[in-house]
Ligand binder design. Sequence first.
Ligand SMILES: *Cc1c(COP(=O)(O)O)cnc(C)c1O
Length: 375
Amino acid sequence: MIPFNKPFLHGKELVYIAQAVATGKISGDGLFTEKCHSYFESKFGFKKALLTTSCTDALEMAAILLNIKQGDEVIAPSYTFVSTVNAFILRGAKIIFADSCKDNPNIDPDEIERLVNHKTKAIVVVHYAGIACDMDRINQIAASRNIPIIEDAAQAIDSFHNGRPLGSLGLLGAFSFHETKNIIAGEGGMLAINDEKLFQRAEIIREKGTNRSAFFRGEVDKYGWVDVGSSFLPSDITAAYLFAQLENIENIQLRRRTIWNRYLSHFSSKLIEFGVRMAEIPAFATNNAHMFYLVTNTLEERTGLISYLKKHEINAVFHYQSLHQSVFAKKTGDVRKLENCERFSDCLVRLPLYYDLTDEQVDIVANRVIEYFNK
Ligand SMILES: *Cc1c(COP(=O)(O)O)cnc(C)c1O
């Protein structure tokens, strides 16, 4: 069976975990957490990086930092993971779902333009498959109205928009190190904070609403409860695993891109004639090879493809029920039709892509896909 995803060790993960234990401190903000923070800040230039237990938690921190409250509107794509919007729902916001672009699942800037109004308190973008949204246009819409942008960069580590790292283009960027992402730690995440004015409060929110981080740096002589907050910081064991991966990021990304390009070279001439589409990388974006997806013509065609692959011991998956059509959103009375994201919900399929996937396995998967369409 070729699984859809497989977590991997790259080298020193287990060594670093043992080292973390040997330091005598495996709770949050230990040696390896510090190493990860410095890495992210120096390599990607995030003004401040704070590890979290997940991208979900990073998004929840973002919603608290922005003081999102009852009645505020937040614009977000409908074609995304639930956490993108749950974080804001938890603060009482009303989510205004935006459709995807026609040609790719990213949020359509025209939709944002149509939906913004005086109640809009944030715009959340998702760089789907690690491929940048049209940030020039989105920034323009947001900046002229002074609305903060939150980047759900869960899939977007080490990917860029006109040379700038994703996660650094909005006010806040949320990353995931879940085992299905490029760089993994089991469960894990990070909040990139791109405005110094938010640094201190972000640390406090992450440390249960206390100024414990400042205390550990010796800036205050005792720590106490100063704000709302929760426990958003991961164990140093998680950070140790993550740091071993970060040390090898070039290698990991190179392997993923090789796999991605191998799929593409199989498909580029053979699938177009069947009307099947693949990701295109806009001139302003890079490809971090987070995902290789196909867009079929119909739901039936996709269902057939997934079961054909399953029959041949290959696990391909679809994802994202459009959130505006979810049971939860229906309860809030959202009845709009969003054509593009509904099509991606019906027709998008993801092929296996993980570090240890071999060239031979890529060929097997690609040949079975082509075989299915030729039948
Ligand atoms: C994976 C993912 C998340 C959630 O990440 P966790 O670290 O599992 O909380 C959120 N948004 C998007 C777009 C994702 O792909």
